[in-house]
Design a protein around this ligand. Sequence first.
Ligand code: GDP
Ligand code: MN
Length: 377
Amino acid sequence: MKIYEYQAKEILAEFGLPVPEGKVAKSANTAQKVAQKLGKRVVVKAQVHAGGRGKAGGIKLADTPEQALEVANQIIGMKIKDLKVKRLLVEEAINISKEYYLSFTLDRKAKKTVLIASSEGGVEIEEVAETHPDKIIKIHIDPFLGLQGFQLRNLCQALHLEGDIAKQFSEVVKKLYRVYTECDCTLAEINPLVLTGEAQWLAADAKMDLDENALFRHPEFIPLREASETDPIEVEAHKRHIPYVHLDGNVGILGNGAGLVMTTLDMVSREGGKPSNFLDVGGGSNWETVKSSLEVVLMDKKVKGLFINIFGGISRCDEVAKGILEADKHMNLKIPVVIRLSGTNEEEGRALLAGSRFASAESMEEGAKKIVELIHG
Ligand code: GDP
Ligand code: MN
């Protein structure tokens, strides 16, 4: 789960890492007010889940609050890698002397956390890997021993850091390692980690990926996810623990198993329809989960028809059929619905639906064709 730079910086600050003073703003006017309060030269930064914002024009300096308003107006609403900018981070500008790269992430092959550092910060690390592979330092960390003193000393030496600057740098590295482990990150990255003209270390940028499977240990991060997700239907689906992805068509899809649902999306598209969503209702679902899932799909008012595609394995088709009928009693679906049941107890399932107003299909192809026909006339 990705979080925004301003959220990541709040976490870094809690762990005692040096970050520039600043505040998030949801409008250009608020950005101006933040700049006014900071009372100095500021940098206005687009908050989107993508890197390379600098190059895309999403990061601009402003000398006065009026200028901050002007650049904020330019940045807000712009698109960076297809993501619309809805928030800005307004921070005190930094007097940059040198830019470094520092991150912790998981090396799946080594089955260990890896520290990655470089004296060539500021550009994306993939780019450094291509242009200056010799300038990338990698240190693997034993999960039982943690980050060791000698590793920090080796790192400082490799980066040619000495004296107080090396000492302060080691503190930054240790703290970032604490962030990485204690917050259950899959990535904690500072790029650039700036050495200022005043010989201070400052995290100019921050990127954090949190392990969603560890969210149960971090209830404090759940609101971060909600703030990150901009689609209200996806937010609602997540609250209900339903795997759901919102798409922009009008054919509602409900299936069991990710592979089957993906294929269903393809089939509907092949027949000329446009799916409105991906939704995996899961195995062994009862009528309440079916109803809950249908409610989520129908939150999208563009949905003009539903295709329910179930392969009965652990789920029994008669149970699913009961679920659909029960859900219908509570919801009174008014749009066309096509149901395809196949697998365990399919005859019983189809028999249950026989008297209903729902159209049935023997195969996935037939079901896809039928729902598209019903919607388009
Ligand atoms: P990114 O392009 O999305 O990675 O955003 P960054 O926050 O890393 O900013 C890109 C670059 O802007 C940095 O590498 C700096 O070289 C440059 N920059 C110049 N002045 C400033 C400043 O005051 N603050 C920050 N954060 N970046 C600055
Ligand atoms: Mn950056």
